[in-house]
Every structure is written in structure tokens, then in C-alpha cells.
Design a protein around this ligand. Structure first.
Ligand SMILES: [Zn+2]
Length: 162
């Protein structure tokens, strides 16, 4: 997944500053399939994402900018063909917008940091939220919890103890 970060100066898992780029700039830094979902609001083929069936523990980040979006413990098997979650990491990690395309009234979800198109949210999810965030796997970048913990302890090791 390191190809995501190569040539992408805005990709960061810690920087929360909003990202505003022109479509031309996005086109240059995103892999074609990510650009097609993120900026062209495309939809990947159902059942095409390795994340659809994955039950690994960790965090899902925006593949366009690195913003943390969902934790694996809010992921569930929806059977709809796309990775599904019942709750985002925080209220600001995603943006909800009204989508009236294709003769339907749906709620589109976008990345709260870079406004990449992620998918849609529906009201038929499981408790406690009753929501189903139906997300394109292409726009997700997964990091296993084990790796995150290792990185965390390495970072803290470098800091002098009080
Ligand atoms: Zn993003």
C-alpha cells in the first residue's frame, strides 16, 4: 500500500489540517483507481474489495489523505458487497452530503479532511447506531493494530521518561 503515499505530499495519518487541491493536482498524486472513486465519485464493483470480508483488527484510513475514518470493531458483515461500518471514528472524520443522483435520495459520505468520496450511509445498520456506512474499499487504507502498537511504543521509547 506504500504506492499510496509515494508522490502524495498531503498523505498524513496525524495532520488534521484540511486538504484543498485542484482536480489536476489530485489526478497527479492519486493512483488511477483511487482518483476514480475519490474525485469522480465512482463506485467499485461489489465484492471486489479485499476489505469486504476482512476481520483484521486495526484502523481504516482515507487512501487519498491518510485521515483516520473507521475502526475495525465498528465493521460488520452487511452482505451488500462493500466494506460496511456502523460508526466513523469521530464526528469530524467524515462529512455527510445529500446525493440526488441516479434518481435516488441518498446520503453521500466524504472524507472530513480532503472531501474524497467514500460511499454512502444508510439507515439499515445494526445497533448501536442503526447506520450502515457502505464504503468503497479502494478509498480505504488499512493499518493492522499490531503495527500501530509497535510504532507507538517505538515512538515513546525515544522520548525521555519523566
Ligand atoms: Zn481524505
Amino acid at each position: 500500500m506504500d504506492s499510496l503515499k509515494k508522490n502524495n505530499p498531503v498523505y498524513s495519518k496525524t495532520d488534521t489540517a484540511k486538504v484543498k487541491l485542484t482536480e489536476d493536482e489530485w489526478k497527479k498524486i492519486l493512483p488511477k483507481n483511487v482518483y476514480g472513486i475519490a474525485r469522480m465519485k465512482g463506485t467499485e464493483m461489489p465484492w471486489s474489495s479485499e476489505f469486504e470480508k476482512s476481520s483484521e483488527i486495526g484502523t481504516y484510513y482515507c487512501a487519498a489523505c491518510g485521515n483516520p475514518l473507521f475502526k475495525s470493531d465498528t465493521k460488520f458483515e452487511s452482505g451488500c458487497g462493500w466494506p460496511s461500518f456502523y460508526e466513523p471514528i469521530s464526528k469530524t472524520s467524515i462529512i455527510n452530503t445529500v446525493d440526488k443522483t441516479h434518481g435516488m435520495l441518498r446520503t453521500e459520505v466524504q472524507c472530513g479532511r480532503c472531501e474524497a468520496h467514500l460511499g454512502h450511509v444508510f439507515n439499515d445498520g445494526p445497533p448501536p447506531t442503526g447506520l450502515r456506512y457502505c464504503i468503497n474499499g479502494v478509498i480505504l487504507d488499512f493499518e493492522k493494530a499490531k503495527d500501530a502498537e509497535k510504532k507507538y511504543s517505538e515512538e515513546n521509547k525515544e522520548k525521555p521518561a519523566n
